[in-house]
Design a protein around this ligand. Structure first.
Ligand code: ADP
Ligand code: MG
Length: 346
């Protein structure tokens, strides 16, 4: 290491990952895909591939224990990893769980955390097969690695979208972000006066979407039943805009996303308006929905048409045509991401 000092914020999260991993070369032809997708893909011989993904959740950055019960945190830590496995069109099978924990936490707290992890393992049918445990000076950290399997000819990479493909999202967007806004507001009210009870009534749906997100493993099943293999796929962890840009960049294509097509639940929209926010901006830039964004061939449209879990929000164009958001007036605006950027300067 030289005396030179470069701030990590100068590179941003993705610049940092690219900078650190660029010098590496692969030693095994079984490493079908390394850094750059929702999960790595490993050839295990025959028709099947293994997919592997890791996520790290840090107290104060990814969760706040003031309003996130530990049981929910355990559940969410598993769900976000399962989501990355699903984003490859794979079925999750095993996880390992590593924790670093300060002496602020008694055994009972960790039991609660693991109760949530166990509930998620049962729900998603994944097996806990190992992990690591360490003490920490500051708070709690949880790192989960998830493994899954997929037939090689069914893998959906971020890089497979082609011109004229349809762009599809699952479920509805922006709810987790609005849930977080309500929780943050009540936290401030509580800080000012600890005797005031939180006003969470009527916000059950969006708060649940924030505290107990579900990975769309069900979609992987539906797609198999419908005999649709997405030409590309990514999970929506950082907001729709950011994920559309990742997908288009990886596939070297452009796209049109239509404002009027973006699925936002009525409760999300009402809360957004209460907060003086545009509901679709929350869907575009809010994070942590853990829905899936994928592309399909036009020929597959009839198979998903009318499916209550899937909405066509746009189509793929040539890279030269650019990446556009078509607003309510029909004007094309260049799509930009303002999602979570952990290392960006404020
Ligand atoms: P996701 O949002 O789907 O979890 P990330 O944006 O965290 O994915 O990561 C993008 C890619 O970079 C993934 O392939 C991931 O494995 C890889 N990656 C992230 N951090 C590191 C790191 N510190 N070292 C090596 N690879 C990393
Ligand atoms: Mg992902």
């Amino acid at each position: 290491m030289s005396d030179k000092r470069t701030e990590i914020s100068d590179l941003g999260e993705f610049g940092l990952i690219e900078h650190l991993t660029k010098p590496f070369t692969m030693h095994h032809s079984s490493s079908m895909l390394g850094v750059g997708d929702d999960a790595a893909v490993i050839d295990i011989g025959g028709d099947d591939a293994l997919v592997v993904s890791t996520d790290l959740l840090t107290e104060g950055i990814h969760f706040n224990l003031m309003y996130m019960p530990l049981k929910h945190l355990g559940y969410k830590s598993v769900a976000v990893n399962v989501s990355d496995i699903c984003a490859m069109n794979a079925t999750p099978t095993q996880i390992t769980v590593s924790i670093s924990v300060s002496n602020r936490f008694p055994l009972e707290a960790l039991e609660e955390l693991y109760e949530g992890i166990r509930l998620a393992c049962d729900h998603y049918k994944v097996d806990l097969v190992g992990g690591d445990t360490s003490s920490s000076y500051s708070g709690l950290g949880i790192s989960i690695t998830a493994i899954g399997t997929v037939k090689k000819d069914k893998i959906s990479y971020r890089s497979g979208a082609k011109e004229y493909d349809l762009l599809v999202v699952t479920g509805d967007l922006g709810a987790a972000y609005m849930g977080l806004q309500v929780l943050e507001r009540e936290k401030e009210v509580f800080r000012a006066n600890p005797n005031v009870q939180p006003e969470l009534d009527g916000h059950d749906y969006i708060i649940e979407r924030q505290l107990k997100p579900e990975a769309r493993k069900d979609i992987i099943g539906f797609l198999a039943e419908l005999d649709v293999v997405p030409t590309s796929m990514i999970d929506i962890s950082d907001g729709l805009a950011s994920e559309v840009l990742h997908l288009c960049k990886a596939s070297n294509v452009g796209c049109h996303v239509y404002d009027e097509k973006i699925p936002v639940d009525a409760k999300t929209a009402m809360t957004a308006i209460d907060f003086n926010l545009d509901p679709n901006t929350c869907a575009l830039n809010g994070g942590e929905d853990y829905e899936l964004l994928f592309t399909i061939k036009q020929d597959d449209f009839d198979k998903i048409k009318g499916n209550p879990h899937m909405t066509v929000i746009g189509h793929i164009t040539n890279a030269q045509d650019g990446i556009y958001y078509i607003d309510k007036n029909g004007s094309a605006i260049t799509l930009r991401a303002q999602g979570w950027k952990h290392f960006d300067a404020e």
